[in-house]
Design a protein around this ligand. Structure first.
Ligand code: ADP
Ligand code: ZN
Ligand code: ZN
Length: 801
């Protein structure tokens, strides 16, 4: 008897260890690690899913093991590397191993789907299985005998198994991006037709003339050649043609960019490529940090090191913050490596994502570019992992499992024996500090390509009389700058890191501020919708005509958002064409790309937006960058506020003057003397790093201390607080005197969707007991969780609010 160790889909910490099940004889050769199976669980007849982690010959267990009920996947969906990773990830992020395993799968496999056998070769056994059909659906009813046959055929590479999404909503999407091919095969029976069957004759004649192009898609025949669906159906009924459904892989990369070749490297670039190449060749799993000013040509270094990995017969994985925001980066990679590239990101439909995933699994691609979750791409023989803009907060998932892509990348690098390259003009303090200590190898690129000068930055003090006197949000300096740019037919980027129209609505009579009924935040006015909106839970309500509190009519809007700035720009420069890019204008698929393309083609003069316009864009005609209010990120109650401000200002400034023309940057601020703003204006990362390190040291923060954030949430505020104090006491007894315990305190937004949130912050240098204690607390509170408590543990949080 064989035994399978299975991680079951029962989300409690207890199930983070595998359960043993016996493998019925009929499934002996079928079950493999990495497959999902259905197993009985608990006393009743309940059947649940589980992942097979390991197969062994016998069990230590005294009683009788329950058998696996059926196999769900007829091929492993996760490799051994991923199974191992899931255990590490669950432990590291305090999450359920089952959630980690599910996170690694493409979403289609978590949705409703059908599994089909797809023949790869001609074979009598396949013919018997398919019985004249194009494909064979594997349902719950398929008997064990057949399952064994399917498995044998798959192991002999005679068939493949494909997943097709059955979810209705997803199907509509799938159709929009072209999916199923309908093949029409010509049968030589045209003569049987009567003369009045005009449509069918047309169809047959067309097919005869296009034999070379068969199979032809149903849709193409209909749309391009006017051959109706009905005619095809009748022709099929008459046995003249055969309509077959075949699943075609979708290609999510829209336009194929022009093919590029290697540029001649500058000295700095060459030094970087050589160092990384040496680690690729010697299979050394070390981490490099490229600290390169904006425009120093980091991308070319990435591309040429990827090439080095491919030369070693290896694959390469490249992570970017958010694909939709970095279309240029994706184009550069695809432009260099063409069909060998798969692109993974959240904008893909389930079907598209599955197709890209399949191409990677089948070794059809050598390079994967993607956002955070692409770090789980099923690549093997990885020779290089690159993380561009490594400081970006989006690399940390802020839901369970709360993993950082950098950590996962380093884990995979160790297993694959390959280097990791982190790149940024403004590295995270953690990474830069590790480079300082020699844990990472630092590579600095100080010069811009062609010795192009850095943009000239002008800081405007908004407290000055001439600035505070203006109506609206544009200082005379920024107004003049925009005027000049427009007059020269050059382009400008305007940043305001706050979307919406106004930040809040307040009564001048009684001071009442309109707030979300579910969350402890003020509602934001959205002019286009004429509604007040909550940015946390999505709650919407009409704009009140009078104060809900005192009935006064003196209720008005305060603060500024992108929508408001757009209106001001239209009033100040009626002739200028303005594009706005924020969460509200980019909801639809492809909306980002469209806005950026229009701007790139100079169909607009000003690109206005939130932080999403600050990243990686390379528009040669942009000579002015204006920052409306540099203080929005600075005023966050977060220990990373200065770091975020420095990063945002440096990145957005780097968008100006990237070609021959000199760039100008105008930063409006109420804190002109703040070091984050001053250093950013000089693109002086090193000075900023030293100052910020000093302050972090003073206040015992990352990277001097490790931080773990524990939050407790419940609908009852008193219960939440009680639970929080209990938790703190548990920790106090477990930890040494060196650990710093803060809280419990309400989170900045202490109520979200009608739940109260309290947090405890643990700062420590070395607390070997902390991890175990937290796991025990999580286990022990399972009973409490049922009563509506949510305890979340975040290792190295990206923000503490
Ligand atoms: P970064 O990512 O460091 O901000 P980029 O990689 O976008 O910089 O490079 C800036 C510009 O310089 C790009 O337009 C790029 O094509 C160009 N470039 C990079 N390397 C070279 C090179 N070796 N020779 C000529 N042009 C280069
Ligand atoms: Zn009022
Ligand atoms: Zn809300």
């Amino acid at each position: 008897m064989s035994v399978a160790e299975i991680i079951v889909d029962v989300p409690t910490m207890q199930t983070n260890r595998p359960f043993e099940y016996s493998i019925p004889d009929a499934l002996t050769d079928v079950v493999e690690p990495g497959m999902r199976v259905e197993v009985p669980f608990g006393r009743g007849k309940r059947k649940i899913q589980g992942f097979v982690m390991k197969i062994k010959e016998s069990s230590e267990f005294q009683g009788k093991l329950k058998p696996i009920t059926r196999v769900i996947d007829l091929k492993p969906v996760l490799s051994q590397e991923m199974l191992d990773l899931s255990a590490w990830l669950a432990d590291r992020t305090y999450s359920f191993q089952i959630s980690c395993l599910q996170t690694m799968l493409p979403s289609v496999m978590r949705a409703k789907y059908k599994q089909y056998v797809v023949p790869l070769v001609d074979d009598p056994e396949i013919d018997e299985l398919l019985q004249g059909q194009a494909s064979f659906e594997i349902t719950n009813q398929v008997d064990d005998e057949t399952i064994r046959l399917i498995n044998k055929l798959r192991q002999n590479k005679k068939i493949d198994i494909q997943y097709v999404v059955e979810n209705k909503a997803v199907q509509v999407k799938r159709q929009a991006v072209t999916t199923d091919l309908n093949i029409i095969q010509l049968h030589e029976q045209k003569s049987q037709l009567r003369a009045n069957a005009k449509a069918q004759i047309k169809l047959l004649e067309f097919l005869a003339a296009h034999l070379q192009e068969l199979p032809i898609e149903f849709n193409v025949l209909e749309k391009d050649y006017g051959i109706s669906r009905a005619a095809i159906k009748t022709a099929e009924k008459n046995g003249l043609v055969k309509v077959v459904e075949v699943t075609k892989l979708r290609k999510p990369v829209g336009i194929t960019p022009e093919k590029t070749t290697n540029l001649a490297l500058t000295d700095e670039q060459k030094a970087a490529v050589d160092q990384i190449d040496a680690a690729i060749v010697s299979e050394t799993p070390k981490t490099f940090l490229i600290e390169g000013v904006t425009g120093s040509g980091k991308t070319e270094v990435y591309l040429q090191t990827i090439e080095k990995a491919l030369k070693q017969e290896k694959t390469a994985l490249m992570l970017v913050p958010e694909i939709s925001l970095t279309p240029q980066m994706v184009n550069r990679v695809v432009g260099r490596f063409g069909d060998q590239v798969a692109v993974l990101h959240s904008g893909l439909s389930n079907g598209e994502r599955y197709d890209e995933w399949t191409r990677i699994e089948n070794h059809d691609v050598k390079v994967v570019v993607g956002a955070r979750s692409a770090v789980f791409a099923p690549l093997d023989k990885i020779g290089l992992i690159i993380i561009d803009e490594e400081h970006e907060a989006s690399y940390k998932q802020d839901d369970n499992p709360r993993y950082h892509a950098r950590d996962v990348a380093q884990w995979r690098a160790k297993v694959n024996k390959c280097p990791v390259v982190l790149g940024s003009a403004t590295p995270s303090l953690e990474s830069r500090a590790r480079a300082e200590k020699g844990v990472y190898q630092l590579i600095r690129m100080k010069k811009r390509i062609n010795n192009q000068t850095l943009p000239q930055v002008h800081i405007v003090d908004m407290r000055d009389a001439e600035n505070s006197a203006v109506k609206g949000d544009f200082s005379p300096a920024l107004k003049a700058g925009l005027q000049e740019t427009l007059a020269k037919h050059e382009q400008a980027i305007v940043l305001l890191n706050r979307r919406g129209y106004s930040s809040f609505m307040m009564c001048r009579e009684c001071g009442f501020v309109l707030k979300c009924p579910n969350c402890d935040v003020s509602l934001t006015y959205h002019k286009d919708l004429r509604k007040m909106k909550c940015h946390y839970c999505g709650h919407e309500e009409p704009v009140p005509q009078f104060c809900p509190n005192c009935k006064s009519k003196k209720i008005g809007f305060y603060g500024t958002g992108t929508q408001n700035i757009e209106q001001q720009l239209n009033e100040l420069f009626p002739e200028a064409r303005v594009l706005r890019m924020d969460v509200d204008t980019t909801r639809r698929k492809g909306a980002h790309a469209k806005i950026l393309q229009q701007f790139g083609q100079h169909k607009a003069d000003i690109l206005l937006g939130t932080q999403m316009i600050a990243k990686g864009l390379d528009f040669p005609n942009v000579t002015l960058v204006g920052v409306i209010n540099a203080d929005t990120t600075l005023s966050l109650a977060d220990f990373r506020a200065s770091e975020r401000t420095f990063q945002l200002l440096t990145q957005v400034s780097g968008r100006a003057g990237r070609a021959e023309k000199i760039g100008h940057v105008i930063i409006q601020t109420y804190n002109p003397d703040h070091y984050a703003i001053k250093d950013a204006s000089k693109q002086d990362y090193e000075t900023f790093f030293k100052q910020e390190m000093y302050l972090r040291h003073q206040s015992n923060y990352t990277p001097y201390y490790f931080t773990t954030l524990i939050s407790v949430a419940n609908k009852d505020e008193g219960q939440t607080l009680k639970q929080s104090y209990w938790l703190k006491k548990q920790l106090q007894t477990a930890l040494s005197n060196d650990a710093i315990l803060l809280g419990p305190s309400p989170t900045m937004i202490s109520r979200k969707q009608n739940k109260y949130y309290y947090q405890i912050i643990v700062k420590y240098k070395h607390e070997p007991k902390l991890h175990q204690r937290l796991l025990e607390i999580l286990n022990g509170t399972q009973a409490d969780t049922k009563k509506g408590f949510t305890i979340a543990i975040d290792n190295e949080p990206q923000h503490i609010d």
